[in-house]
Write a protein of this length. Structure first.
Length: 595
């Protein structure tokens, strides 16, 4: 059996290290919780080094690990002697508190639960003498679904109720097993969110929490950090990283999610310090897209974005690659693709780009076919969860999934619609935008997003009930400008007005055409919105109501090619057409009748 002493050995004398190693020689009976010999030696050595000492004790009384920490904490290795994950791990931990206070800390209790220890015992030590001992055990689940901790103490270190404490281990094991089997598969990853404050006034951490919930995580802690220079090694600095490590132990966190992109080195260093998986906002968004993509094109686009993002970050995948069960940040192309070398990833990226080019060409041909008769395109754009899908369903009965979640729908949806005067149009619902939208995702989805630049009118859907709707509007406007759609005629559509105390109204006719207030949920304002969209579509166009002789049938073909036909009727004199065409095309049409 190894007698290596782990942890913080800096500055310790060789004789002290030998004494620490001698802890491995202590054996206890199976009915002995912690022997007087063990307690005395641990207290004596704690007094000498003024650091926490932790030992792991197996159920047969052997010491299986000795670790040294600081005067405030000790890092405890994850040891499991019982293979069944539905059981406690088979070892109990006894560690010292050099300040004399034996009461278990929040970190102690969190470690007890997260590592599924038989027991977490804490021994107060003052001037090398034991003062008091507490022993904590895993209890029942509370109403929130979290395991309670049963704490016994204070107890006199040399007068322990050994039989009762050992018996409590087996009671706790039975209790843990019965509860764990019922809920093990339904447990969510417990996530702590970390982000730096900025001057925009936009609560990006609140949005990050919604993203985490959408991905299936349970947010157990949020850590806003005052804006400062970014630490190249750990993003937050070594001191803050140590604080996060303690918080993670206390809250039993499986995952840390950072609000900004992390480098490969930052991610690797953070995982080593925090002892948990670490991902950033970009990885989280890509994971949600991977889970939500349904169409072949959407799945290809997401995989391409994930591989391009992960390629330079292969060094930072330590904790993620070691998790056999996967989790948030590992969906999409799958773990095996994260383990392959850069050359094979680049080849896969090339294959995806070639395949996407073919799929994109097919979609463009279908799009041209739909618009072959000059049918105008109205694009719905907006921040995620602004209500685009709900509006599309209300206007077209599209039956698209509409949930109060970020990125509830991902793949674009196109439906035909008839405007109030009879004009037929195509309504297109695009993917929602979001703050800090991943660059690789924008590039991968560019061919889909650029459909917006081909729109005749853009309806910018805005969640007016959000406290940050103005900031969200700026995000959408920036993306539209990047896509070359900044000058496309648009209407700002303020949705979810039913959630406001007072329903807003436009202040002028001009304002009414540029700013519409609706509730897609209850249908209020939708007729006015369609009127405004049709008016904007036809602005700058010439309305014609003409009977074209059958001898000039080429004029009918010309109108269908360049304009929007509202109605067509065949009469004795010719073809009666009502349509809208641009002024320049109207001049060409007049020439056809002069020939």
């Amino acid at each position: 059996m190894s007698n290596k002493v782990n942890g913080n050995m800096n500055g310790l004398r060789s004789t002290t290290i030998e004494q620490l190693r001698s802890l491995y020689d202590i054996r206890m009976g199976q009915k002995e919780f912690a022997s007087e010999e063990l307690i005395s030696l641990m207290a004596e050595l704690t007094g000498i080094i003024n650091r926490e000492i932790a030992v792991y004790i197996s159920r047969d009384g052997r010491i299986v690990d000795v670790s040294i920490g600081s005067d405030k904490k000790v890092d405890m290795p994850n040891i499991r002697l019982v293979r069944n994950e539905d059981r406690l791990c088979g070892v109990r931990c006894l560690h010292t508190h050099p300040n004399g206070d034996g009461r278990p800390s929040g970190v102690d209790i969190g470690t007890l639960r997260s590592m599924q220890l038989d027991s977490m015992a804490s021994l107060g030590v003052l001037n090398g003498k034991p003062t008091q001992l507490y022993a904590a055990f895993i209890g029942d689940k509370n109403d929130e679904g979290n395991r309670e901790a049963l704490v016994y103490g204070p107890m006199r270190p040399f007068k322990l109720p050994h039989h009762a404490l050992i018996n409590e281990i087996f009671i706790s094991d039975d209790r843990f097993r019965s509860v764990t089997k019922a809920v093990h598969e339904n447990e969510k990853e417990r996530a702590i969110l970390v982000g730096m404050n900025d001057d925009s006034g936009y609560d990006t951490l609140a949005e990050l929490a919604e993203l985490a919930k959408t991905a299936g995580a349970e947010v157990v802690g949020t850590v806003p950090i005052k804006k400062r220079s970014i630490d190249n090694a750990t993003y937050v600095g070594s001191g803050k990283a140590e604080e996060l490590s303690l918080m993670g132990s206390e809250l039993e966190a499986d995952l840390f999610i950072f609000d900004d992109e992390l480098s490969a080195i930052q991610q690797r260093n953070l995982e080593e310090t925090l002892g948990a998986s670490v991902i950033d906002r970009t990885t989280l968004i890509l994971d949600i897209f991977a889970a939500r993509a349904q169409s072949r094109e959407g799945k290809l686009q997401v995989e391409l974005a994930q591989l391009k993002y992960r390629l330079p970050r292969l060094l930072g995948q330590g904790q993620i690659l070691s998790r056999l069960g996967g989790g948030i940040g590992t969906r999409g192309p799958g773990e095996k693709k994260l383990e392959i070398d850069r050359r094979r990833i680049r080849r896969r990226v090339y294959e995806l780009e070639e395949e996407l080019a073919g799929v994109t060409k097919q979609r463009e041909l279908r799009s041209e076919g739909r618009r072959g008769g000059g049918t105008p395109l109205i694009a719905l754009v907006g921040y995620t969860n602004a209500g685009k899908s709900t509006l599309l369903n209300a206007l077209t009965n599209a039956g698209v999934l509409a949930e109060d979640k970020l990125f509830a729908t991902l793949d674009p949806v196109v439906r035909g619609i008839k405007l109030p005067s009879g004009t037929e149009a195509i309504l297109s619902d695009t993917v929602g935008f979001i703050n800090k939208l991943p660059h690789d995702l924008v590039n991968a989805f560019r061919s889909t997003l650029e459909e917006v630049s081909k729109a005749d009118v853009i309806l910018h859907i805005i969640d007016i009930s959000s406290d940050y709707h103005e900031a969200q509007m700026r995000v959408v406007e920036d993306v539209l400008a990047d896509l070359g759609a900044g000058d496309t005629p648009r209407i700002n559509v303020f949705n979810k007005c039913d959630l406001l105390g007072e329903y807003p109204h436009a202040t002028s006719d001009t304002d009414a055409r540029q700013r519409m207030f609706i509730s897609a949920k209850n249908g209020r304002g939708l007729e006015e919105l369609l009127d405004a969209a049709e008016t904007l579509l036809n602005s700058g166009r010439h309305e014609i109501d003409i009977v074209i002789p059958y001898s000039k049938y080429e004029a009918v073909s010309f109108i269908y090619k360049v304009g929007t036909v509202v109605s067509e009727e065949h009469t004795d004199e010719g073809t009666h057409i009502r349509a809208y065409i641009d002024d320049s095309d109207y001049g060409q049409l007049k020439k056809m009748f002069q020939e």
